[in-house]
Design a protein around this ligand. Structure first.
Ligand code: HEM
Length: 76
């Protein structure tokens, strides 16, 4: 399904953005406290990761609910 693969790709790239902001936080802290926008910058991608992650988490349960097929789900 198209929207599902878009959300999975977004989750994958957001995880890179999130990791970059966390590394930037550690790197800049060597020179003292960074400005607040740097400190809080991981929150934006983390927030989006939460929604896309919860969507992906719910997918198999939503599918099972629609199809009622437990055997196929166990195999995949
Ligand atoms: C914030 C809450 C988060 C939730 C609820 C969440 C949930 C999920 C779920 C349900 C999946 C799919 C697993 C599957 O294939 O069945 C997934 C995949 C993944 N998550 Fe998260 N996640 C979260 C945060 C993060 C963070 C912080 C990172 C890394 C910095 C991350 C990196 C990934 C990656 C790389 C995948 C694999 C994506 C792919 O299939 O290419 N996630 N996550």
């Amino acid at each position: 399904m198209k929207i599902t693969s878009f959300i999975r790709q977004s989750h994958r790239w957001l995880s890179i953005a999130f990791t970059a902001t966390v590394i930037a936080n550690f790197a800049l802290r060597i020179h003292g406290a960074p400005p607040p926008w740097v400190t809080y910058s991981p929150l934006a991608p983390l927030f989006l990761l939460m929604f896309s992650g919860l969507y992906m988490f719910a997918l198999p349960y939503a599918k099972r609910r629609r199809t009622g097929n437990l055997i196929e789900d166990r195999a995949s």
